[in-house]
Design a protein around this ligand. Structure first.
Ligand SMILES: [Fe+2]
Length: 254
């Protein structure tokens, strides 16, 4: 369990929310869109630099950035993503940022994904081979239990990205419980706790925390415009809720 003296993370200034360099005690951000030109994330390396600098200032030591992969919108390949990583690694070295970066991907669970799964051509993260997956926004995926099972039989641990954001689960929390029972882990979006996606999503995010169903927190940052909203996370009441979770982020440091 990641715990740290709660008040030690805050500077006693006029602004009680001002985070110190120790604020992100989970150390590893494992969901973001920091490779320019590959999905709906950052537009260029200047935006990448702005985002990474801020994460480092908040205490993040490692970023695992996760471009979208989907057949209809972002048909990226493993090679595309690995190639994009090189430019950002050079950027980090050039500006001597105190963090490292690696890549994985955020996979939409479509037929494109299933073909990658069969070919074992997937970008996972961590020694346990976590795989970040998302489902469509329109309706609950009927084949989800089957796909999650197939992911696990191929030796991966599925991590469902931002379960709090799927509206079809807002009134069906039992469905989320069933997904967890399959062995799928949950990744909460940082900005879901900051009101960025509306009050219903924030309510669901707080429910997940109350259930202790949050395994990872991720920024899902797409651009520098996300940063002001992200700062809202550091409200003491919100940080206290997070501190009560058993987050796995820091296990990804090595
Ligand atoms: Fe994302």
């Amino acid at each position: 369990m990641l715990t740290k003296g709660f008040w030690q993370r805050f500077i006693p200034t006029r602004d009680a929310h001002a985070p110190t360099a120790d604020a992100c005690y989970w150390r590893v951000d494992m969901h973001s869109h920091m490779l320019p030109g590959i999905d709906d994330g950052v537009a260029d390396l200047n935006e990448t630099l702005t985002c990474l600098k801020q994460l480092a200032d908040w205490g993040i030591q490692k970023v695992i950035t996760t471009p979208h992969i989907s057949r209809d919108w972002y048909p990226n390949s493993t090679a595309d993503i690995r190639q994009g990583l090189v430019a950002v690694q050079e950027l980090i070295a050039e500006h001597q940022l105190p963090l490292t970066i690696d890549v994985a991907a955020e996979y939409l669970l479509d037929d494109f994904f299933l073909s990658f799964l069969e070919q074992d051509d997937l970008l996972s993260f961590g020694e346990k081979r976590y795989l970040l997956v998302e489902t469509g926004w329109a309706s609950a995926p009927l084949r989800l239990p089957d796909i999650l099972f197939r992911i696990q039989t191929h030796g991966y641990i599925p991590v469902l990205a931002h379960p709090e954001r799927y509206k079809y689960y807002h009134a069906d929390r039992n469905a989320l419980a069933k997904i967890r029972e399959t062995g799928c882990l949950f990744q909460l979006n940082w900005m879901s706790l900051c009101g960025r996606y509306g009050s219903q999503v924030e309510k669901q995010a707080r429910f997940l925390l109350q259930q202790h169903w949050v395994d990872f927190i991720g920024s899902d940052m797409h651009r520098p415009n996300d940063l002001p909203a992200m700062e809202q996370l550091f409200k003491p009441s919100t940080m206290k809720l997070l501190e009560e979770q058993t987050l796995l982020n820091s296990t990804l440091l090595s």
